[in-house]
Write a protein that binds this ligand. Structure first.
Ligand SMILES: [Zn+2]
Length: 314
């Protein structure tokens, strides 16, 4: 009992502290642990901690608005994000070649204007095989590093994607797609009920399917912080080493990052924001990861995969 204090004593001493009645260096009769509980927290300079880590944001977007990419660059500068992998996801249907070229032109313009801060990801629609393959070449020639966030047009494991994925594997690019997993037993609710989702939304099982089909492919599952069932996602991906997850999204459930590292290992997470910048940096800082692990997640894991295709940052 020496390190403990009964509740009555604790309350009494807390009241004494609140009243400012301190006796010497320690509260009279209070144990060390109880004293620690009443002490103000140690100083924590969060911006110093933030700027300590090199960062690549593996998932960000730009828009057809006057403030873009200025707003994104501003966040990046304040948070010490060296590079943001930007794309303009194909939120338009059906997503014709004319449409995806226009979306990619926006990204090309931005990366040419801000080459020190932005890396470009292209979008396409596998329903247009020939045009999509041509678009990969056009965007690569313009300096893009791989696909941006592929979207609702088709599920990532649809056979229409096979020739696209084979091309991306040849080019040693990271295959990156939007995905969702509504709460419930991993996608079950999405299949059973109308979750107001596009019918071709990729779900975790689709990623497992395509990752098994192409074990040499490197797949980036978008935003485990996007509001889905991240525990289910991480459990499902555990035995599929070519699926990586990005940590982006506006959801910051406690333990998300620790849980993901626990199931996937420290090499399979990419720091990313999906434009939720503060939250996304904060959730890594607030995790229980070691310094080495944080460095991996913030920067090295993604950069190491870029290196395979000669597109690494340094
Ligand atoms: Zn998304």
């Amino acid at each position: 009992m020496s390190n403990q204090i009964n509740r009555r004593k604790f309350v009494a001493h807390t009241a004494a502290t609140a009243a400012g009645v301190l006796i010497g260096n320690r509260l009279k009769g209070m144990s060390r642990s109880a004293e620690a509980a009443t002490r103000p927290p140690d100083k924590y300079d969060i911006m110093k901690e933030t700027m300590k880590y090199r960062k690549i944001d593996a998932h960000a977007h730009i828009y057809f608005t006057d403030d873009s990419p200025g707003t994104q660059l501003d966040f990046g500068e304040r948070l010490g994000i060296e590079k943001q992998v930007i794309s303009r996801y194909l939120s338009i249907f059906p997503g014709t070649p004319e449409q995806f070229r226009k979306y990619n032109d926006l990204t090309i313009k931005a990366i040419k204007k801000y080459p020190d801060h932005l890396l470009g990801g292209f979008v396409l629609n596998p329903e247009y095989r020939k045009e999509s393959l041509e678009e990969i070449k056009r965007c690569m020639d313009a300096g893009m590093i791989g696909p941006g966030e592929l979207y609702y047009q088709e599920k990532i494991n649809n056979p229409l994607y096979f020739p696209i994925i084979e091309k991306l594997i040849d080019l040693k690019m990271i295959i990156f797609s939007h995905a969702e997993c509504q709460l419930g037993v991993g996608g079950y609710r999405m299949k059973k009920y109308n979750g107001y989702k596009a019918p071709n939304t990729s779900i975790p099982e689709d990623f497992v399917d395509i990752a098994k089909r192409y074990p040499e492919g490197v797949f980036q599952y978008a935003h485990i912080g996007g509001g889905g069932d991240w525990e289910y996602e991480c459990k499902l991906f555990r035995d599929h080493p070519n699926i990586y997850v990005d940590t982006s999204g506006s959801n910051n459930a406690e333990n998300m990052i620790d849980f993901a590292v626990g199931h996937l290992g420290e090499d399979r997470l990419f720091f990313a924001s999906d434009n939720c910048y503060y939250q996304s940096v904060g959730k890594i800082l607030a995790s229980n990861l070691t310094e080495v692990q944080k460095r991996k997640v913030f920067f090295e894991n993604y950069n190491n995969l870029l290196r395979k295709g000669g597109r690494n940052v340094d």
